[in-house]
Design a protein around this ligand. Structure first.
Ligand code: GLC
Length: 726
C-alpha cells in the first residue's frame, strides 16, 4: 500500500534542516537567471516565470520545458533531498489558445465553457513545464476605473462563485496527479477590487457584513471546490494589510474554511509591509507574513533572508515554519512531482493550439458576445423621408443585424478592425499575435473582398470608404495596455477621437454597426445614440475575430449578458445592481433623481443582453416544498422567428432583515436553447444557501419574513412574486 500523501509529507519534513524548510517558502523569479547553487542547497521551493512586477502587460521570458527541465534536474538530482521545484506562471485566461479575458468569460454565464477554457489552458501550460497558475481572479469589482476589473468575473458574488468553481475544476480536475492539470490560485484574497477611487493597490474600507456577503463568497466557493492555493492581496482592509492579517489568512481561510493548500503572497507584498508602515524592516515583515499565514513569499526574499534567524532567536516558533512547509510539500506530492518531475519536451508541439483548443476558445468567445442594440437602420439623416441608394433591402423595417453575406458591401473601419494582439486582452504572456486573425480578415472570409473594397486603413480613409459601402462596421474600443494591472482611469470614455469618428460616420447616413472591444465597461451613451446596432465584446482572445464575425452575419445568435453594470457617466461610479435601498429610495413614480446633472440609472444593467430573437416570460410560480426549501418555476417562450438561447435569471430581495440587504441579489441562472415558437419551463430552488446571509456575530442566518422573487432576462426586468420564510 503506497504511503499516504500526509505520511510522505511528515516523513520528508522530519529530514529537513531549518534552512531547507525556509527554502521551500521562497519563490524566486525570472527562471532564466536562477542561481544553480541556491537550487543545489534546496533554497528555491518554487519559481515564477516573470521578470517584472507588471507581468500582465509586459511580454515576459518564455517558459519552455527544456529550460525548466534543466532547472528541475539540478533540484532533483543535485540537492540533498531532491525536492522538485514548483513552476508558476500567470496563465490567466489561456496559454496559447487564449480565451476571452475573465470578464468576457463571465459574459457567457457558462460555467461549462469556463471550465473547458481552464482545462485547455492547463493542458497547454503543463506541456511547457508549468505546474501552477495564478488564476482564477475572484475579486468582486464595482468600479470599472480599476484596470483589473478585466481579470475578474464582474460585480456579482453569485455569478463569480459559480464561475470560480468551474475554473478550479478546469485547472485542477479531480486528481492533481493528472499530467494535464495544474494548481489553481484563488486571488487576490481579499477585497482588492474595492480599492478607493479605482486606484490599484489603494486602501479598501469594507465592513464585516459587506466583506462576508459580497467579497468572500467567490473565494469560499473556490476553497470548497478544492482550490490548491490562494494569493493574498496587496491592499489593506481597515488598517490591516491582508498580507499580515492572521484573522483573514489563518482564522478565516485556513481554520474556519478548512483550506489545506498554500497561501502565496503577491509580488513583493511581504516586503511591502514596510511601505504599508506596519513593519519596521524586511525582517519584521518576514515575521508578520509567516505569522499571518503566508506560506510562500513571492519575490521579496524576506523569508529567505530572515525566517531562519527569527526562529533561532526565538521570535518565531518553528511550528509555524513547519505548517507552511507541510502545505507546500503536500501540493508537490499531490501533483505527483516526486514521481514525475520532468516534462516531455515533445508535448508542447502536439498540444499547443490543438483544433479542439481553438474551438473551445472560439465557442467561449462567441457566447461572450453581448448584443446591446439592434434597431432598424435609419435613413440618410438629410432627407429622413428619403431612402438613399434605393436599396430598400438595407433600409428595411427589420433590425440591422444579422447582416447578409451577399448583395451588399461593407466598410470595416476603426482602430480595432485590424488588430490581433489587442484581441487577446491583458495577461497573455505566451500568446503570439500571428496566431490570431483580425476582425477584418474574418469578415472578408465571409463576404469576400467586398469588406472595405478600398482596403484603406486610416480613420479619415475609413470615413471616405463608407460612402462606397452599404453598411458601415465601425470597430472601436480599448487596447489591453489600458486595462489590467496598474491601469486605473479617471474616465472610462472610449479612447480619444472614437466618438468624433463615429459622429463623422453618422453624417454619411449609412446604417452603422458599432462593434466595441474592451477590457472594462466603457461609457457607451453616445455610441448607443449614434449606431443602429451595437455589439460588445470584452477582449475575446485568439478566436475573437471569428466569434464577432459569426455574430454579425448570423452564423451565431448572440446570447451573452453583461456581468457588470455599464454606467451612463463615469461620475456615477461606483454603480452596481445589488446596491442597498437606503432610507430614501426614490419611489418609482417620483421623477426626481439624486444627481441633478444626470440620471441615477445605469446605461445598461447587470445581466442585460439581446438576441436576434425575442423571449417572453410567463407563469411564474413560487411554492414551498417544505424544510425551508421553495421551488420557483416560469415559462420562457421564443416568440421570435429564429432559434436562440436565453440566460434566464433568478433574483431575490429580503424585505426585512437584521442587516440591510441589497435591492436585488442574483440567486440562480440557467441557459435555455429554444427553436422559434418553442417554450420551456425553467425550475429553480431557493433554500437556506440562497435565502440566508452572513450576520456579523451570528454567522449564516435565514431570517423569517417575506422575500421578493423575480425571474427575467436581466436585473431590471422580469416577472415578480414572493415567498414567506416562517
Ligand atoms: C502581480 C499581480 C498578481 C500576479 C503576480 C505575479 O503583481 O498582482 O495577480 O499573479 O503579480 O505576476
Amino acid at each position: 500500500m503506497p504511503e499516504s500523501v500526509e505520511a510522505q509529507v511528515e516523513s520528508l519534513l522530519a529530514k529537513m534542516t531549518l534552512r531547507e524548510k525556509v527554502g521551500q517558502m521562497h519563490q524566486a523569479t525570472n527562471s532564466g537567471s536562477l542561481d544553480p547553487d541556491q537550487i543545489r542547497q534546496g533554497l528555491v521551493g518554487s519559481v515564477i516565470g516573470a521578470t517584472s512586477a507588471y507581468a500582465g502587460n509586459d511580454k515576459q521570458e518564455r517558459m519552455v520545458a527544456a529550460h525548466l527541465n534543466a532547472i528541475q534536474k539540478i533540484a532533483v538530482e543535485e540537492s540533498r533531498l531532491g525536492i522538485p521545484i514548483l513552476v508558476a506562471r500567470d496563465v490567466i485566461h489561456g496559454h496559447r489558445a487564449v480565451c476571452p479575458i475573465p470578464l468576457g468569460q463571465a459574459a457567457s454565464w457558462s460555467p461549462e465553457l469556463v471550465e473547458k477554457g481552464a482545462e485547455v489552458a492547463a493542458r497547454e501550460a503543463r506541456a511547457d513545464g508549468i505546474h501552477w497558475t495564478f488564476t482564477p481572479m475572484l475579486d468582486i469589482a464595482r468600479d470599472p476605473r480599476w484596470g483589473r476589473v478585466a481579470e475578474g468575473f464582474g460585480e456579482d458574488p453569485f455569478l463569480a462563485a459559480c464561475l470560480a468553481k468551474a475554473a478550479v475544476r478546469g485547472y485542477q480536475g479531480d486528481d492533481l496527479r493528472d499530467p494535464e492539470r495544474i494548481l489553481a490560485c484563488a486571488k487576490h484574497y481579499l477585497g482588492y477590487g474595492a480599492a478607493e477611487g479605482g486606484r490599484d493597490y489603494n486602501t479598501a474600507e469594507i465592513s464585516e457584513s459587506t466583506l462576508r456577503n459580497i467579497y468572500m463568497p467567490s473565494f469560499r466557493a473556490a476553497v470548497d471546490a478544492g482550490v490548491a492555493t490562494v494569493m493574498a492581496a496587496f491592499n489593506e482592509i481597515g488598517g490591516v494589510p491582508v498580507t499580515s492579517s492572521r484573522h483573514l489568512l489563518t482564522d478565516v481561510l485556513k481554520t474556519e474554511w478548512g483550506m489545506d493548500g498554500v497561501v502565496v503572497s503577491d509580488w513583493r507584498a511581504v516586503g511591502e509591509l514596510v511601505e504599508h508602515g506596519v513593519a519596521a524592516d524586511l525582517k519584521d515583515a518576514a515575521y508578520l507574513g509567516i505569522h499571518a499565514g503566508v506560506d510562500v513569499d513571492m519575490q521579496s526574499e524576506a523569508f529567505m533572508r530572515y525566517a531562519e534567524e527569527l526562529v533561532t532567536e526565538g521570535r518565531l516558533p518553528v511550528e509555524e515554519i513547519d505548517e507552511a512547509v507541510r502545505r507546500i510539500l503536500r501540493l508537490k506530492f499531490r501533483l505527483g512531482l516526486f514521481e514525475r518531475p520532468y516534462t516531455d519536451e515533445s508535448l508542447a508541439a502536439e498540444v499547443h493550439l490543438r483544433p479542439d483548443h481553438l474551438q473551445a476558445a472560439q465557442e467561449l468567445a462567441t457566447k461572450a458576445v453581448v448584443l446591446l442594440k439592434n434597431d432598424p437602420p435609419r435613413g440618410n439623416g438629410r432627407q429622413p423621408w428619403e431612402t438613399w441608394s434605393g436599396n430598400a433591402s438595407v433600409v428595411g423595417k427589420g433590425p440591422l443585424l444579422p447582416l447578409t453575406k451577399a448583395g451588399q458591401t461593407y466598410a470595416v473601419v476603426g482602430p480595432m478592425a485590424d488588430v490581433t494582439d489587442a484581441l487577446y486582452g491583458t495577461w497573455t504572456l505566451d500568446a503570439l499575435a500571428e496566431d490570431a486573425a483580425t476582425l477584418r480578415a474574418e469578415i472578408a472570409a465571409k463576404v469576400g473582398t467586398s469588406a472595405d473594397p478600398h482596403g484603406l486603413q486610416l480613420l479619415d480613409e475609413g470615413i471616405a470608404n463608407s460612402r462606397w459601402s452599404d453598411v458601415v462596421i465601425a470597430v472601436l474600443g480599448e487596447s489591453p495596455v489600458r486595462s489590467g494591472e496598474d491601469n486605473a482611469l479617471t474616465s472610462i470614455e472610449l479612447p480619444a477621437g472614437q466618438i468624433e469618428f463615429l459622429e463623422s460616420l453618422r453624417k454619411i447616413g449609412k446604417p452603422i454597426v458599432a462593434v466595441v472591444v474592451a477590457g472594462r465597461p466603457l461609457i457607451l451613451t453616445r455610441v448607443m445614440e449614434l449606431a443602429d446596432a451595437v455589439v460588445w465584446s470584452f477582449h475575446p482572445g485568439i478566436r475573437g475575430g471569428a466569434a464577432i464575425a459569426d455574430v454579425l452575419f448570423g452564423d451565431a445568435n448572440p446570447s451573452g449578458k453583461l456581468p457588470i453594470t455599464f454606467p451612463r457617466e463615469t461620475g456615477q461610479v461606483p454603480i452596481y445592481y445589488n446596491h442597498k435601498r437606503t432610507g430614501r429610495p426614490l419611489p418609482k413614480d417620483d421623477n426626481r433623481t439624486r444627481y441633478i446633472d444626470t440620471s441615477d440609472e445605469p446605461l445598461l444593467p447587470f445581466g442585460y443582453g439581446l438576441s436576434y430573437t425575442k423571449f417572453a416570460y410567463s407563469d411564474l410560480v413560487v411554492q414551498t416544498v417544505g424544510d425551508g426549501q421553495f421551488s420557483v418555476s416560469a415559462t420562457v417562450e421564443n416568440v421570435g422567428s429564429v432559434a436562440g438561447e436565453e440566460i434566464v435569471q433568478l433574483y431575490i430581495r429580503d424585505d426585512v432583515s437584521t442587516y440591510t440587504r441589497p435591492v436585488k441579489e442574483l440567486k440562480g441562472f440557467t441557459r435555455v436553447a429554444l427553436p422559434a415558437g418553442a417554450a420551456e419551463t425553467v425550475n429553480f430552488t431557493l433554500g437556506p444557501n440562497e435565502l440566508g446571509y452572513y450576520v456579523p456575530g451570528a454567522g449564516w442566518q435565514v431570517e423569517p419574513g417575506t422575500f421578493q422573487v423575480w425571474v427575467g432576462p436581466h436585473s431590471q426586468a422580469g416577472l415578480q412574486s414572493s415567498l414567506t420564510v416562517g
